[in-house]
Design a protein around this ligand. Structure first.
Ligand code: PLP
Length: 381
């Protein structure tokens, strides 16, 4: 495939070093990790090695890592599994969560639990005064993402976790966008559960984890052979887990380069955007270094994404990993952005392999396309 890939918050290419460690588990005779024979034991050892690598990248203990098949599964597991085993009390989730947190929280209403969104301010940060009010009601679980997939805005999760703990609630954070982009410590975030996913950090699809405080009582989503300490039954995807482990190790090694390199590209890009009179969302807050979410008044985000795609630039509108609809981004609506402007939102998320030259080319193309689309709109009007 040709084109310049600028959609790293949606997914990333598999690193060749990751593929290399995965291949033997796909090609050669691989045992079932629960089997006692030599093949099974080898697979078990490979999984335990990966568990240690994931734990290291997450600032957690290996015994806290529960492998799942996706970040979506880990988030569903946390929200449904934790709230199901607490006395019937409310679930709070931020208004900007990925649907794989908000939808399971809403689904728990069918079991008689109440669930409510926590508002964010114009910068996309949790309104802690509102959270404090909401925590006056007995609460079982608070779920607030570490970094938003659309805006890149980073929440002060440790402080929010303290508030949740003081109110007697458990705290979960979706750190899918944080891993590999920010220093990550389960211990320092002070949460009870944290989600990470492999394919966002040049690992394979099909592996992710819930990092869980072992004292938390959680109900499994999947019952069966009792894998993962009885918390996630199903024969483990050995190759994907081994790849996830390696991807974590590489992400830790590359973290400071990733942060400084993508931050420089983003600065260059947003300086160029400023000259085009473009609105950048969440700019006043602390953001992931690689993410820029912006909108041009009067141009649909989908239209611009398709126009850029034709010119060889792969960018996203709204939350590409969750939706194929043209509804305005729920994240921007929660931030109080007018729905017409929100419909114009486009996300660029840089990776370690993007270059300053690509950013310059993107800016030049963006300028031409904005002009062209604005002319088309004025002819139509
Ligand atoms: N949480 C966030 C913040 C995401 O950006 C994504 C992306 O898809 C997910 C969860 C879901 O993870 P997965 O694609 O591994 O299911």
């Amino acid at each position: 495939m040709t084109g310049i890939y600028l959609d790293h918050n949606a997914t990333t290419t598999l690193d060749s070093r990751v593929l290399e460690v995965m291949l033997p588990w796909m090609q050669a005779q691989s045992g079932n990790p629960t089997s006692r024979h030599v093949f099974g034991r080898a697979a078990r050892n490979a999984i335990e090695h990966a568990r240690a690598q994931v734990a290291e990248a997450c600032g957690a203990y290996a015994s806290q890592v529960i492998f799942t098949g996706s970040g979506t599964e880990a988030n569903n597991f946390a929200v449904k599994g934790i709230s199901a085993n607490q006395p019937a009390r409310q679930i709070l989730y931020s208004a900007i969560e990925h649907p794989c947190v908000s939808r399971p929280a809403i689904a728990m209403q069918q079991l008689g639990l109440s669930s409510q969104a926590i508002a964010v301010d114009g910068n996309g940060l949790i309104d802690s005064a509102q959270l404090k009010m909401q925590l006056k009601e007995p609460t079982s679980l608070v779920s607030v993402m570490l970094a938003n997939n659309e805006t890149g805005v980073i929440q002060n999760v440790a402080t929010l976790a303290e508030m949740a703990r003081e109110a007697g609630a458990l705290m979960h954070t979706d750190a899918v966008q944080g891993l590999g982009k920010l220093p990550l410590s389960f211990t320092d975030l002070n949460v009870h559960a944290m989600t990470v996913s492999s394919h966002k950090i040049h690992g394979p699809q099909g592996a992710a984890a819930l990092i869980l405080d072992k004292r938390v009582d959680i109900q499994p989503l999947l019952h069966g052979g009792g894998q993962e300490r009885g918390l996630r039954s199903g024969t483990e995807n050995v190759a994907a887990i081994v790849g996830f482990g390696m991807a974590c190790e590489l992400a830790v090694t590359n973290l400071s380069y990733f942060a400084s390199h993508t931050h420089a590209l983003r600065e260059q890009f947003e300086q160029g955007l400023a000259a085009l009179n473009v609105m950048v969302f969440g700019k006043a807050a602390s953001r992931l270094p690689n993410t820029s979410f912006f909108a041009i008044d009067g141009i649909e985000g989908e239209t611009l994404v398709m126009a850029l795609d034709r010119k060889g630039f792969a960018v996203a509108s709204g939350s590409a990993c969750s939706s194929d609809s043209t509804e305005p981004s729920h994240v921007l609506l929660a931030m109080g952005v007018a729905s017409d402007l929100a419909r114009g939102a486009v996300r660029v998320s840089f990776g370690a392999h993007n270059t300053a030259e690509q950013v310059a080319d993107l800016l030049a193309t963006l300028k031409q396309e904005i002009l062209r689309l604005k002319q088309l709109t004025s002819i139509a009007a």
